[in-house]
Design a protein around this ligand. Structure first.
Ligand code: G1P
Length: 292
């Protein structure tokens, strides 16, 4: 069934300044802000690994080295924990296979398309995934696994989509849907970044997960500025439609927009409520607070 080149590499753009979360993000990368007890970036990396991704490529910038530290062996911490007989399994998700984490720098913030293009030499001539860690996608299986499953059927390029109220579309990349392949898979006939509400081709927005063919790097090479004066990934993808298959996968699961403060609080509450070790207690706290 799987005649398509496997997806083994994923790019995580993590160079953003995180200004919306200042002052919390003055010295700490926003990707390391925790939802309960796992940093945001950990959720995205776990999601990628579940989907079979082996190589993690961080497009990073100044002040972001703590992200790489997070996935390194903390020798002193481990030695101390061992000595004290502590359970070290909490650190398991932070362990990377040697050589599997690669960083490249985006020296200037010229947009998401530019950030992805910065990883071109590492991506090489293989199809690859992109995960935007701000978008926390919770599902079983995870969003990237759902996309890889769809990719194994149709190949080419895919984006994950979900429906939002029409008045919210201008904050996102929006797809023009074509023919339906199944309940969750549709062709994409157009893509537009942050359209005015009246011009949006649908209310299906790109939710921060992509599987793309390496040709997108060459398209990005000469991609001019788009919405917000930035080099937009959406514009480069739009130019590939017609030359290569392009599909959208409707994600079955919950999405939390952790790029916004309210979305971040929602994610924290939702995930805490789902936890076996604290869900009940958190529910009692929430009910007490709401009754005040
Ligand atoms: C980016 C993409 C956009 C996508 C969004 C998802 O926008 O450009 O197409 O819908 O992420 O969060 P940004 O949030 O960086 O403005």
């Amino acid at each position: 069934m799987n005649q398509h080149k496997p997806i083994k590499k994923a790019v995580f753009p993590v160079a953003g300044l995180g200004t919306r979360f200042l002052p919390a993000t003055k010295a700490i990368p926003k990707e390391l802000l925790p939802i309960v007890d796992r940093p945001l970036i950990q959720y995205a990396v776990d999601e990628a690994r579940e989907a079979g991704i082996e190589q993690i490529i961080f497009v990073t910038g100044r002040g972001k080295t703590a992200i790489v530290e997070h996935f390194d062996v903390a020798y002193e911490l481990e030695a101390t924990m061992k000595e004290r007989g502590k359970d070290m399994s909490v650190l398991d998700p932070t362990r990377a296979t040697p050589g599997d984490i690669i960083t490249v720098r985006q020296q200037v913030p010229l947009g998401l398309g530019h950030a992805i293009w910065c990883a071109r030499a590492i991506v090489g001539d293989e199809p690859f995934a992109i995960l935007l860690p701000d978008e926390l996608m919770v599902g079983e299986p995870g969003c990237m696994k759902q996309m890889v499953d769809a990719y194994n059927e149709v190949g080419g390029n895919l984006v994950s989509v979900l429906e939002v109220p029409q008045e919210d579309v201008s904050s996102y990349g929006v797809i023009a849907p074509g023919a339906s392949i199944s309940d969750t898979l549709t062709e994409v006939t157009g893509l537009v970044e942050k359209p005015p509400v009246a011009e949006a081709p649908s209310n299906k927005i790109i939710s921060g997960r992509y599987i793309l063919q390496p040709e997108v790097m060459r398209t990005l090479e000469n991609q001019g500025k788009g919405a917000g004066g930035e080099i937009q990934l959406t514009d480069a993808m739009a130019r590939m439609i017609g030359n290569q298959p392009f599909h959208a996968v409707t994600f079955a699961g919950n999405r939390y927009d952790c790029g916004s403060k309210t979305g971040f609080v929602e994610a924290t509450l939702a995930l805490a409520l789902q936890r076996e070790d604290m869900g009940e207690e958190v529910r009692a706290i929430a009910e007490r607070l709401l009754a005040q």
